[in-house]
Design a protein around this ligand. Structure first.
Ligand code: PEP
Ligand code: MG
Length: 584
């Protein structure tokens, strides 16, 4: 009989095959006393284990970078960085010295302290970082106990083709090893959508469902399994109906991918001949290269939080070097650099921003430009770096989370100060650097004319705009059903934004996730959007819908929908727009 289980859909794709239950080699952490004279030796043993763990992760990261790409390797590197964390190291050494206990035990006590702090955090993203720390600590402990060092599971076969591994949890390093063995899909009992394992599974293209409760107890070794990484579903012993449905989905996916190749060379024009600008959101070199390859008109959103989130230095020089690397890759294509958008869902490790943790409600607190305007010295370093980058290539500066038009004036005056400082130092910049603002706050969207006067372009951040309009946290799956672009209030507000921007002759783009979601392309076109910025992986899908859309037809259907007083229960707005396309 078929058994259906659910979990978090974290990496899309369908896998069909058989299960393999990965049994982790048990790690028993013993506690014993050491003599005072042996403290030095014990600390050296601990250091050796950390070094061995680092070497193992470094080698793995290099291999993964070579075979899969830099982003995948960087995820493993985050664990290498954690290994270098001095606070855990110092506390562990102190405990060895003061309690004369063995290093594994001291490390375990430190881990438990850290985990209890993480468990108390409200933010699921930060909580999930606790998983990363335990995974790294476990690796070091394995090195010390010499138990199956470097071999996380007792029983992994050499080849895992058509095999889905079912594990209690998986570290990114373990997942990378399974990938090298050709694993077809992943199911874990623990781990959430924000975990590094989830992000890695997605960049490696391994269909994955995480957080399936009791998966290891409910699934049997070797039984047939279907894994739906798009819906977060797992079917054990699937019946014929399920199997043939998923075989069909797999065939459709292959056909769909092939059909996308055909639109690659086409101009990005709607059926009625309107040219649409496609830009990309991206920071990493691979993303930029992929975007160029697919013919984008520029980078519409280059987020700059990654330096802070990774705890890297964020002085003017470091920031400028990052921007210059992107500019070099882009080879003349415009780059829209967004100033720091830290806070809420983007917490920083950096102590520079310790105000962040004080907010009771971070999404409504001191985040993004609000935070930057608090610490203008730090902010000016970024503005100077952006200005200096603009000397060599077409660069635009974008301010996130604008609430009041006063904030634009404050940024403008800081830019003036930064220019003066650069003049004094004889450093070049583009005196006409375009300044844009992100519309993410509903009140700013309603008062858009006031912003347009002092901005050169607008980018609508629908990820945040929707969460604030619908009072539904963008990261909380429990209210995900309310987070809906088709809500009449959202539709009306977006129409207002695009119409006002057009009347003010100011270019407007959307760079939130909906811009790259083909289900919404027709709605955005009907609303008047002509500039889309999205992750490069979505460009062809969206372009295909654009080339198959007659804008006046979908616009007429939308106007009809907006003016109809009856609630249309039987058909959604998106279905209505698709139908209006097909009936002609
Ligand atoms: C948005 O809010 O739509 C956006 C693009 O910014 P971020 O997702 O980085 O908050
Ligand atoms: Mg945002």
């Amino acid at each position: 009989m078929t058994l259906a289980l659910t979990g978090h859909a974290v990496a899309s794709g369908i896998a069909i095959g058989r299960t393999h239950l990965a049994k982790r080699s048990e790690l028993q952490i013993a506690e014993y006393r050491i003599e005072r004279k042996d403290v030095g030796k014990e600390i050296a043993r601990y250091h050796q284990a950390v070094d061995a763990a680092r070497r193992q992760l470094d080698e793995l990261s290099q291999r993964i970078t070579r075979n899969v790409g830099i982003p995948a390797g960087e995820i493993i590197q985050t664990h290498v960085l954690m290994l270098g964390d001095d606070s855990i190291k110092e506390a562990t050494e102190k405990q060895i010295r003061s309690e004369l206990c063995n290093a594994e035990w001291a490390l375990q006590s430190q881990l438990e302290l850290i985990l209890s702090e993480f468990r108390a955090m409200d933010d699921p993203y930060i909580r999930s970082r606790g998983e990363d720390i335990s995974q790294v600590v476990r690796l070091v402990q394995r090195k010390m106990t010499q138990k199956s060092a470097g071999k996380p599971f007792e029983n992994i076969p050499g080849r895992l083709a058509e095999t889905m591994v079912i594990a209690a949890d998986l570290t990114p390093g373990e997942l990378a090893i399974l990938h090298e063995h050709g694993v077809a899909g992943i199911v874990t009992e623990h781990g959430g959508p924000h975990s590094h394992t989830a992000i890695l599974a997605s960049s490696l293209g391994i269909p994955a469902v995480l957080g399936v409760r009791l998966a290891q107890s409910l699934l049997r070794e070797g039984e047939p399994l279907v894994l739906d990484g798009d819906l977060g579903l797992v079917y054990a012993d699937p019946d014929e109906v399920i199997l043939s449905h998923y075989h069909q989905v797999q065939r459709d996916t292959v056909r769909f991918r092939k059909s996308l190749e055909k639109v690659r060379e086409l101009p990005c024009r709607s059926m009625d001949g309107e040219s649409i600008s496609l830009q990309a959101n991206g920071e990493r070199q691979e993303e930029l290269l992929q975007a160029i390859d697919l013919g984008v008109t520029g980078i519409g959103l280059y987020r700059t939080e990654f330096l802070h989130i990774q705890g890297m230095a964020s002085d003017e020089k470091t920031q400028l070097a990052e921007y210059m690397a992107a500019i070099k890759t882009l080879n003349g294509l415009p780059l829209t650099i967004r100033t720091l958008d830290l806070g809420a869902d983007k917490p920083a490790d950096s102590a520079d921003f310790d105000q962040l943790s004080r907010s009771a409600n971070p999404a409504l607190g001191l985040r993004a430009v609000r935070l930057c305007l608090r610490d203008t010295d730090q902010f000016k370093q970024q503005l100077r770096a952006i200005l200096r980058a603009s000397a060599t290539a077409p660069v635009r500066c974008l301010i996130p989370m604008l609430t009041s038009a006063r904030e634009v004036m404050m940024v403008r005056s800081l830019l003036d100060e930064a220019r003066e400082e650069l003049d004094e130092s004889g450093l070049a910049y583009d005196p006409n650097l375009p300044l844009g603002g992100m519309i993410e706050v509903p009140a700013a969207a309603l008062a858009i004319e006031e912003f347009s006067e002092n901005l050169d372009f607008i980018s609508v951040g629908t990820n945040d705009l929707l969460q604030y309009m619908l009072a539904a946290d963008r990261a909380d799956e429990q209210v995900a059903h309310l987070y809906d672009l088709q809500h009449p209030g959202v539709v009306r507000l977006l129409r207002h934004i695009f119409r006002s921007a057009e009347a003010s002759h100011i270019p407007v783009a959307v760079c939130g996730e909906v811009a790259g979601d083909r289900r919404y392309t027709r709605l955005l076109l009907a609303l008047g959007l002509r500039e889309f910025s999205m992750h490069p992986s979505r460009l062809l899908e969206v372009k295909q819908v654009i080339t198959e859309t007659h804008i006046p037809r979908v616009a007429a259907s939308l106007s009809q929908w907006l003016s109809s007083t009856e609630c249309q229960h039987d058909i959604s707005l998106l279905q209505l727009l698709d139908q209006s396309q097909q009936t002609h």
